[in-house]
Design a protein around this ligand. Structure first.
Ligand SMILES: [Zn+2]
Length: 129
């Protein structure tokens, strides 16, 4: 991943920031300048909930070169306590122990390493509670 893309996604991936519309009160993620429901520009940043539950998950065994060091790993759709749904990797969990409905907490971890440029990307993942 190129540094400009990392910079653009920093509020979402590094700070776990979403937006809440002050007009229709809709919470959204990833970060956006306009409400995707009503189009208002009257949005304010807010910190995503840090706990949630696994809705669905799958095991990843084939991926990009920079992610192959992590395989196999679990990828899941998580419903956070504030209702936002995010995709994230499940860590600190054996593949056979993952379950739908499992409670998880957001943790900050390395997402990928780019060996040729030496970049290390960080972001959120989820660990069982
Ligand atoms: Zn709105």
């Amino acid at each position: 991943m190129e540094p400009p893309k990392i910079w653009r996604e920093k509020r979402g991936k590094y700070l776990a920031m979403g937006v809440e519309c002050s007009d229709c009160m809709t919470k959204q993620f990833p970060f956006t300048e306009n409400c995707t429901k009503c189009g208002s520009k009257n949005v304010k940043k807010y910190k995503l909930a840090t706990t949630g539950k696994v809705l669905y998950f799958s095991t990843v065994t084939q991926t990009t070169d920079e992610m192959m060091v992590c395989t196999p790993y679990l990828i899941a759709i998580i419903e956070l306590a504030d209702g936002i749904k995010v995709t994230g990797q499940i860590v600190d969990c054996n593949l056979s122990e993952a379950k739908e409905g499992m409670n998880v907490r957001m943790v900050f971890r390395v997402l990928a390493r780019n060996g040729s440029e030496g970049l290390i990307r960080y972001g959120y993942k989820f660990a069982p509670i």
